[in-house]
Design a protein around this ligand. Structure first.
Ligand SMILES: [Zn+2]
Length: 237
């Protein structure tokens, strides 16, 4: 059951934005209902995109929904039916569930530095969509990305050296105005934008399974950019 003492004790660390939700979480609120197979089936790719956009709006404006996560643990114990899959960076400022104000069972989340795709990520997306029914894939880049900065500077370190080669196409596609290194903020942002868009394009160009779902209008793939200064996500769609 819901532990009120623990909730009250945790309030001071939640911050002012959450005090509007000082009452007990709305356990029966529609927003706190976990995604069922039926609801997932009824959700179109466009509607899935709207759900994420609305969630980000709540995140940006400090109106995030406060649900009883332990109730959601119980509600998702027997299965999951997430409506979207997100490929994001490992950056600590961009956890997809938080920036889109989603909870247990809502979204698949694949995170890798610089949000690119490889065979393993593509396989994960095929599982998330074809087998598990998600209707939307979002490639979520972000501003001030350390992986992009390292790539434009030609950083060399252990396994990073090989990993950063994944950003060569994005770097190649951007014509730098000024210095082509991480000191040039506009250049770094342009490469991050290009990387998200090129990665989203690769999702369908490299995966026949995902391409087929898109052709049947059962799936949308969109690139997006998260601004770490504002929390705002812009969809390139
Ligand atoms: Zn990053």
């Amino acid at each position: 059951m819901f532990d009120r003492r623990r909730f009250v004790l945790s309030l001071p660390v939640l911050g002012a934005a959450s005090t509007a939700h000082a009452a007990a979480p709305a356990l029966t609120s529609p927003e706190c209902a976990v995604f069922t197979r039926e609801r997932q089936h009824e959700t179109t790719p466009d509607a899935a995109l709207r759900l994420l956009a609305e969630g980000n709006e709540r995140f940006v404006t400090g109106r995030t929904i406060n649900c009883d996560l332990r109730a959601q643990v119980r509600a998702t114990a027997s299965g999951q039916a997430p409506f979207a899959a997100i490929v994001g960076c490992i950056d600590s400022r961009v956890p997809p569930e938080l920036v889109f104000d989603q909870r247990l069972g809502d979204v698949f989340s694949a995170r890798i530095a610089g949000n690119f795709v490889n065979d393993d990520i593509l396989g994960s997306l095929e599982f998330a969509t074809k087998l598990s029914g998600a209707k939307l894939v979002v490639v979520l880049g972000h501003s001030e990305c350390g992986a992009i900065k390292g790539a434009v500077d030609g950083a060399k370190l252990g396994h990073l050296t090989a990993m950063l080669r994944n950003f060569a196409p994005a770097i190649k596609s951007v014509h730098a105005t000024g210095e082509a290194n991480s000191k040039n903020k506009a250049y770094v942002q342009a490469v991050a934008d290009a990387n998200s868009k090129l990665t989203a394009a690769q999702v369908t160009s490299r995966s026949e399974v995902l391409r087929d779902l898109v052709a049947k209008k059962q799936l949308r793939v969109v690139a997006a950019m998260h601004d770490v200064a504002t929390g705002r996500v812009t969809f390139f769609a």
